[in-house]
Design a binder for this molecule. Structure first.
Ligand code: NZQ
Ligand code: ZN
Length: 385
């Protein structure tokens, strides 16, 4: 096992009815900026619950944080905060609203050009406003980690940042808030969480059986529960299990002491920045080909994945690995997330611009062994056509 630090200060309030409890987690005299997206929270009753729970606190609203939150939109919230009457941020929504709020929290107190937060991936953040979140879409894990992804639309750059100052103070996970998710977002959420686990598990063995079995437990749960959420949207237990699974998939626990990959995410971010494809859709396109192209370097873990996740014990090593990757791809499709570039009307001509964007963003040698060069990324995309 590798050396590691594990630090996670986020207080989780889990379960039905827990939005009411935020009054205990936010100072009574807080001046709150309430941030949300395109309005789903107004249709499903979450907004009303939040307003009731905030009681007499001063509330300013900032609506319209879009999926794949844009720097341009987020800076408008920073301007509101700089006018001086806000001291607590409350994000209500999916990963985009929470990520956007993290950036706003850091940018509001940042001296200098806030875009450099993204260019330096958060290393230059030394403070942030306190914030909490109310999660309505289990997927990203943003509710219990210190990372965020922001897109600068004017230059089509989608970059990730993280800082230990950007953990939510608390996050409410009420599974009933997810009943209104459309099937596309249920599928996206399960696939994103699945791929988060794979980025931290599917590397090479370092004798870390605890982390491996945590990861395998999450993968198995996503495979079992994901289709049930599509079939029975108001099954509380299914939603609860998916919600906790997505949080645990990216809160730092399963990455302790193990190598991490993240090449699929880096290529996926470029596909979203250039073509607006949903985050999880990009991962479903990239990961199956990524594993096929890098089969030799990942052989030992792929065999473990085949045996423990898909029960494949017979036949040659290569056939077990090939079948395991195909089963995973079938699972993405079963969740309604298409897995080929052509499904999103992209073809061979669209590959070079993705490679050029990776080059611009210095993604020249990515993956757990830094051996995913631009040539390897190109091979992966060609196999996904
Ligand atoms: O904007 P509203 O109206 O709220 O609608 C949203 C949005 O259109 C809707 N939605 C959310 N909860 C709902 C709901 N609709 C009905 N009922 C509900 N309960 O869903 C749509 C998508 O929301 P979004 O927040 O964009 O989705 P997601 O949670 O998948 O977040 C994606 C973003 O997170 C980043 C991605 O790159 C992307 O920008 N990621 C963040 C990570 C992190 N912070 O650790 C890691 C991930 O790998 C990922 O990169
Ligand atoms: Zn992701």
């Amino acid at each position: 096992m590798l050396n590691f630090d594990f630090y996670n200060p986020t207080h989780i309030l889990f379960g039905k009815g827990r939005i009411a409890d935020i009054h205990q987690a936010i100072p009574a005299d807080a001046k709150v900026l309430l941030l949300y997206g395109g309005g789903s929270i107004k249709q499903n009753g979450v907004f009303d619950q939040v307003i009731a729970a905030l009681g007499n606190r001063s509330i300013t609203e900032f609506a319209g944080i879009e999926p794949n939150p844009s720097y341009e939109t987020l800076m408008k919230a920073v301007d509101i905060i700089k006018q001086g009457s806000i001291d607590f941020l409350l994000a209500v929504g999916g990963g985009s609203v929470i990520d956007g709020t993290k950036f706003i929290a850091a940018a509001a107190l940042f001296e200098g050009d806030p875009w450099t937060i993204m260019e330096k991936h958060g290393r230059n953040v030394s403070k942030a406003l306190p914030f909490g979140s109310i999660l309505t879409l289990p997927a990203t894990g943003s509710e219990m980690n210190d990372g965020g992804v922001v897109t600068r639309q004017s230059i089509k750059a989608k970059l990730a940042f993280s800082s230990r100052h950007c953990f939510p103070k608390f996050s409410v996970l009420d599974p009933t808030t997810t009943y209104t998710l459309p099937p596309r977002q249920i599928g996206n959420g399960a696939v994103d969480a699945f791929v988060h686990v794979m980025e931290q598990y599917m590397t090479y063995p370092v004798n870390s059986p605890v982390q491996d079995r945590f990861a395998e437990g999450l993968l198995k749960t996503l495979i079992e529960e994901g289709p049930k959420a599509l079939a029975n949207p108001e099954d509380y237990d299914v939603r609860a299990n998916l919600m906790w699974c997505a949080t645990m998939a990216l809160n730092g626990l399963i990455s302790t002491g193990v190598p991490q990959d993240w090449a699929t995410h880096m290529i996926g971010h470029e596909l979203t920045a250039l073509h607006g494809i949903d985050h999880a859709q990009t991962l479903a396109i990239v990961l199956p080909s990524m594993l096929r192209v890098r089969k030799e370097a990942k052989r030992a873990k792929l065999l473990q994945f085949a045996e423990r996740i898909w029960d494949l014990r017979e036949g040659s090593e290569d056939s077990r690995i090939d079948t395991a990757i195909s089963r995973m791809q079938d699972y993405f499709e079963q969740m309604g997330v298409k897995t080929r570039l052509s499904d999103y009307h992209l073809g061979a001509d669209d590959i070079s611009p993705v490679i050029a964007a990776l080059e611009t963003h210095r993604m020249l040698t990515i993956g757990e062994k830094r051996d995913v060069t631009l040539d390897v990324s190109r091979q992966v995309l060609e196999l996904s056509l």
